[in-house]
Design a protein around this ligand. Structure first.
Ligand code: AMP
Length: 285
């Protein structure tokens, strides 16, 4: 695996590879890699001749400084994992390299209501930061295929919108990959490293709650189900930001269900200091 720390070097290298006809698959990450990230690498390897991963803990997407400062960093292990699974190139830039003009955000992305709801509401500025860094990374890597996880459901929509804003919908194939879970059902996440063994066990309640929603949803008023799920999590020690049931395509909230509309249930909650998110499609084919 070749490691690039400078954007120019990587760009020039990849441009030459593209001219030789190589297909470039890109997996952007913030490191502290787990099997969920590796599943994206494996998907990229299947479809492309060159797989590029990036590791960059992006300061502009953290609305909470302590979350940024405590974000797990396991770079030696990450490099080992990427090498083991055959990643070809790692982009490992510094903050200075990605934000030479400082981290004050310059662009204003027209994300519309997507950044006012759910994660956008509870993490103001988060999706502007995500858009800023993904925009910069995409311009450097210029991939044919981009791989992201359904685990971050709303982020997938933001990135699809960003690609449209960048006018690259025809150039970049976006792949939304399924969420990898522990045997317990807990969605794999770098933030799980901040949980004790007991907390990890306890955190499985998020997934169980989502399964409960999927099993119990009926057409008609579905508000009660959200309330029941929220109460269940709250009485079991979670500080709930939201439990939402929304249209799976555009995330608009659904209050009365016709029994047909495709739905997704999404949850965000703190277990002690650690904020966890998860989601489930309620009526997949
Ligand atoms: P992160 O390092 O958390 O920014 O995640 C990098 C990419 O991996 C994002 O596209 C995530 O949605 C994806 N990802 C995170 N957790 C999982 C998971 N459990 N399964 C599949 N993909 C994931």
């Amino acid at each position: 695996m070749i490691v690039f720390k400078k954007a120019n070097g990587l760009s020039e290298f990849l441009q030459k590879q593209a001219q030789k006809g190589k297909k470039i698959g890109f997996v952007p990450t913030m490191g502290a890699l787990h099997n969920g990230h590796i599943s994206l690498i494996q998907s990229a390897k299947k479809d492309n001749t060159l797989t590029v991963a990036s590791i960059f803990v992006n300061p502009t997407q953290f609305n909470n400084p302590s979350d940024y400062n405590k974000y797990p960093v396991t770079i030696d292990n990450d490099i080992l994992l990427l090498e083991t699974f055959g990643c070809d190139i790692l982009f490992l830039p510094s903050v200075q390299e990605m934000y030479p003009e400082g981290t004050a955000i310059k662009n204003e992305y027209e994300l519309g209501y997507l950044e006012q709801i759910l994660e956008g509401k509870y993490r103001p500025g988060h999706f502007q930061g995500v858009s800023e860094i993904v925009d910069r990374l995409l311009r450097i890597v210029n991939p044919d295929h981009l791989y992201i996880g359904q685990k971050d459901y709303q982020q997938c929509m933001v990135i699809a919108k960003l690609i449209a804003i960048m006018g690259k919908t025809d150039e970049i194939n976006l792949h939304i990959c399924p969420t990898l879970r522990e045997e317990s059902g807990l969605a794999m996440s770098s933030r799980n490293m901040r949980l004790s063994a007991n907390e990890k066990q306890h955190a499985t309640l998020l997934w169980q709650t989502l399964l409960y929603i999927r099993e119990n949803i009926k057409s008609g008023d579905i508000h009660y189900l959200k309330e029941k799920a929220t109460a269940h999590l709250s009485t079991n020690g979670f500080k709930v930001d939201y439990v939402e049931i929304a249209n799976a395509q555009d995330l608009s909230p659904v209050h009365t269900w016709d029994g047909k509309e495709k739905l997704v249930a999404l949850v965000a909650a703190f277990l002690n200091e650690v904020r966890l998110i998860d989601n489930i499609l309620l009526n997949e084919e």
